[in-house]
Design a protein around this ligand. Sequence first.
Ligand code: GCB
Length: 610
Amino acid sequence: PIITRLILLISAFLSLPFLAFSQNDLIANIPSRNTISLNGRWQYIVDPYETGFYDYRFKERKEADAEAYWSSDVQVNKMDRKEHGYIDKYTLNVPSDWNSQNDRLYYYEGTVWYKKSFDYKKSTTSNRLFIYFGAANYRTDVYLNGKKLGMHKGGFTPFNLEIADSVLKEKGNYLVVKVDNKRYADEIPTLNTDWWNYGGITRDVKLVELPASAIIDYFIQLSPASTNGEIEGWVKLNNAVPNEKATIEIPELKVKHTFNVNNNLAEVKLTLPQFQCWLPENPKCYKVIIKTNSDRVEEKIGFRTVKVAGKSILVNGKPVFLRGISIHGEIPQGKRRAQSQSDALQLLTWAKELGCNMVRLAHYPHDEKMTRLADSLGLFVWSEIPVYWTIDFSSAAVLGKAQAQLNEMITRDHNRASIIIWSVGNETPVSDIRTIFMKTLLQTAKKTDPSRLVSAALEVDYHSAENLRSVDDPLGEYVDVVSFNEYLGWYGGTPESCRDARWSTRYNKPLFISETGAEALGGYHGDAGTLWTEEFQERFYKEQVAMLKRMPDNYVGASPWILADFRSPRRNNPTYQEGWNNKGLIDQQGRKKKAFYILKNYYNQIQTKN
Ligand code: GCB
């Protein structure tokens, strides 16, 4: 019965903080570390039956099994039967999804084995070595020289695994990575999504060397209550030596403070002297150096506060209006995942051209290059985990997976000034068990990072009296910003239905429209009464914008759906979609559609009004 399930779920929640932190600690700020890139061409084997992983009884192969695909593929003598092998005829680029690299893999979901050889000599024998993956979708099993280093689940967050000295060789290390992107009901996301499930090692792979006593992570942010540059944070070490100290230095502000380390943790409290706040109009970031006796990292950090006061979002104490756009981590012209610095630049430059000061990175954490670039270009960011539609809310294990991804997202990016909102999901169907699940995620996010706002994209209830559309979702009580998706005039009604629509929420909080949109096939022109034409989409946006202009006073912005067309398995109109969701304001060739200019014009008007 539902009550027993609820009790089970709640008791599982109570034990979750331990679960969430039990994995290998994530090393923060990889770009500032000494690393060796393992990007490039990797040999591969496509293994739809997972023969390299399971034996003929479908039992997981033993580590020493010569037929396992992590075992050597070298034929020792003429009678040595090898039924797997890695050769240059079969290579893939890393980082990149596999679907876009080879026609044979365009629709592939399953297991691919990747293999790379490398030589490596540690700079000091006392140092520790890790292998770091920016992301691989979805489950990744990593083997080095026949030994399993570990496994990670989650397609959009980073992880690192330690390489013991006993496993490492100076020459000819045999690195094998099994990536499996099969979908399961009890994973995050689940079986059903409106985006293509690109497989592969989609982000950078690096070897990272750390000193024996190392800085693992730090949080250097203004306290949410700060009015005068008060920073409240921490530095987390690994294997701290007795009496270790951590120093924070911001040379440009002549700040240098030293803090005691207890139990691998230094609590940081300091006040910045006269400084420039980070804002989209002035994305000032300062070089911050974090030091201990044996370790040093640095990065550029911007300082700003964000909080909600009544119906407004205040940044540095002043109300902001979010001129946003939703973005998928995809480059439409390449039919592929975005992964490089120039990909990030392309997507965020488009957003800037649209007049945005905000991007919603949907529906999963994007590449770290995106959030770093948002810091330097001056764009607010909404960052989200792929708790999307109907996942298994009754399962404590699924909640644990969502929490793990949430923690990895926050840990990677909790020093980014650009990020103001952590979102814990999108369009999850209302039920008691789902609300407990989502509330727990919101609380986890808040606890992990008290300096930012939390939200989730919700749905709207329609009340026929006075055509009122209201966000009544019980989750509204637990979010800082009430966000909702609406497609009035696309999924139901005509674009003109916007004219008498009224929007509200029963919560006295800022109201944000996290999605609205309509499809158009790029380059297809006709009259505005014809579906799929650019003219229809333009008409839709004109009506939406007119409506947005008379939203209630707690309306704080919108991130329409979506910057660019993206691949989706659910969109199968053979003429106008062909496997694409074409709600982009930019088409599959990278061309701006007519509606782009309607939204741009709205954003320009708001900007000049402010
Ligand atoms: C939504 C979803 C988004 C879809 C979009 C659509 O509400 O959040 O992932 O792609 O609608 O195009 O229907």
